[in-house]
Design a protein around this ligand. Sequence first.
Ligand code: ZN
Length: 159
Amino acid sequence: MILDLNTVRRQKGYAKIDLPDLQGHLSLPYEIKNLIGSIEVNQWEFEKFDLLIDGSVDVLVPCDRCGQMYWQHVTLDDKELFVIGHEPNREGEEKHLSEDDISTFYTPNGRVDVIELLSEYILNSLPSKLVCSDECAGPEELLQKLEFIDLILEDQGGK
Ligand SMILES: [Zn+2]
């Protein structure tokens, strides 16, 4: 889905995108569910627009400790600035998502790829340490448990 900021400008500078409408279209390496919330677009200068992302989603990710897949709840709460035009002091190439400038994006033709934006945003919102639960044993503890069970089994087998 492409958001055209020039169209937003004609619509009194405001637009709202419902995130559930985008759920089936995102390009993510993980499965997601329960995508709720919205992106609100507000024009505040002739060529400047705020994008307010507010919502949440559950993402199926592998636990860093035990490797099991689990649903990680992710809160989406952010504000991005979009400017119609070229990035200053740069070659005039089209650049939707610039890595070195986190919150200001330049779009020469006023078009914003909402699918790409939201997909990247969800990935960036994942916690740096993915842990399925506070009680997650992790591989070391699991190994100790397994050895313990082996001992019990050996003990029982010997009798
Ligand atoms: Zn785990």
